[in-house]
Design a protein around this ligand. Structure first.
Ligand SMILES: C[S@@+](CC[C@H](N)C(=O)[O-])C[C@H]1O[C@@H](n2cnc3c(N)ncnc32)[C@H](O)[C@@H]1O
Length: 163
């Protein structure tokens, strides 16, 4: 028996999109599967989310500070994993676009209301990388004012349900 509640009938929509939620859900395959089911043949699904490196160890280093920052962060997937989710759900990948988003660490931590001790932990981790330590995959930079910024890669992947 399915654990998932179905809100819509199959083949209901021309276009179904999901932005910045894939990394939060416990079961991204169920999310993408539902998107494909409710999209009509010939329709389009679109998924936008941050992506992590294809190297799983580096990806885990990326996910660690993200989980500290926001406990509802589950896992940032790699682009290959996003493609595989669509394909496994019964969609063919139609397009992929990747672009960088630069973020100010202080702004980001304020926005997520991250507690001060955890903010310090995350800043220390990025400073370690800036001093030559293990990469986080977040590509930190430090400005003249000592403000730390970092970069997320975002991917937008579209697909069409296969017949
Ligand atoms: C980072 S916000 C992105 C919000 C919006 N889509 C955007 O692009 O600005 C992540 C969203 O995913 C939603 N979300 C996370 N887990 C979910 C779940 N299991 N079911 C439904 N929504 C979920 C959250 O409620 C939140 O609105």
């Amino acid at each position: 028996m399915s654990r998932h509640v179905r809100l819509y009938l199959d083949d209901q929509f021309d276009l179904v999109v999901c932005r910045l939620a894939l990394h939060q859900v416990a079961d991204p395959a169920a999310l993408v599967g539902e998107m494909v089911h409710v999209t009509r043949p010939g329709g389009r699904i679109g998924v936008t989310d941050m992506i992590a490196d294809e190297d799983s160890e580096l990806a885990e280093e990326t996910n660690r500070p993200e989980r500290l920052r926001a406990p509802n962060h589950n896992r940032t997937l790699s682009l290959t994993e996003v493609h595989a989710l669509l394909e496994a759900a019964g969609a063919s990948v139609a397009s992929t676009a990747v672009r960088d988003h630069d973020l100010d660490l202080k702004d980001r931590l304020t926005c997520s209301q991250t507690p001060a001790p955890v903010r310090a932990q995350i800043r220390t981790r990025l400073e370690e990388e800036l001093a030559g330590g293990t990469a986080t995959g977040l590509r930190p930079a430090c400005g003249d004012d000592q403000a730390i910024s970092f970069t997320h890669a975002w991917a937008t992947v579209t697909g069409t349900p296969r017949d």
